[in-house]
Write a protein that binds this ligand. Sequence first.
Ligand SMILES: [Zn+2]
Length: 263
Amino acid sequence: MGKTVFNLHSMKLNSKLAVAGVLLFLAFSGNAAAQTVIDSLLKLEKNQYFADRDSAYLDPYYGLKKLIYGNRRFAEDKSVKPRQADIDLKNTEKGQAPFATIIGCADSRVPNEIIFDQGVGDLFITRTAGQVMAEASFGTIEYATVVLKTNLIVVLGHQSCGAVDAAMKLPENPPGHVVTLINAIKPASLRAKAANLAPAEALDFAIRENVIEQVKMLRNLEPVLSRKAEKGEVLIVGAVYDLKTGYVNFIEETITSLPKFAN
Ligand SMILES: [Zn+2]
């Protein structure tokens, strides 16, 4: 009898252990599923703050990693201000090999080299309000891609963007050339309005939509970028800078696996 009871107990214990095991397994697989596309693709490491400069120039995913680690330093008050000494300035006389092209907003609160903690010769940047692009910006980006062989392009929007906010208000007669900006951001602002969100959420939505739209436009831009994107020679991604936290959040939907750099 005692034996039976013991067996029953051990059976209960075994089934409890089995349930615990299954729950543990589910918890781990749940975590794995929740891991972002970016984390797994880039194999981002916790407590890591540095990535090699030469590798970043050769491989756009490594470049992305370098930007993420640099931004981590900035957001966590650990900036090292690399390649900003006199000797670095003198070295740049010989030429440049920036590892990333940034298409950012002109907003004074988003200084690219500072928020990514990079130095002289690292980033090739064009900035306009709402990072709206026109012919001259396209030529600038193509120059970086073709001549400087920079194979990572980041479209960088930011929280509380005045240009996107202005486009959300759909003004009838914007002053001077501002109409160009409003018209370019209009599709994103209309989609945000259609989503029926609270004003602050609608602005965030439009900012993100605008970046995604701009990434798509660059990927399809004839004749240079479209071909390079198709061949997997250039990585074009989008991100939004958070003014409050200092973190740049890359948009998962814009991270793609390029055949040329696939592991
Ligand atoms: Zn802005």
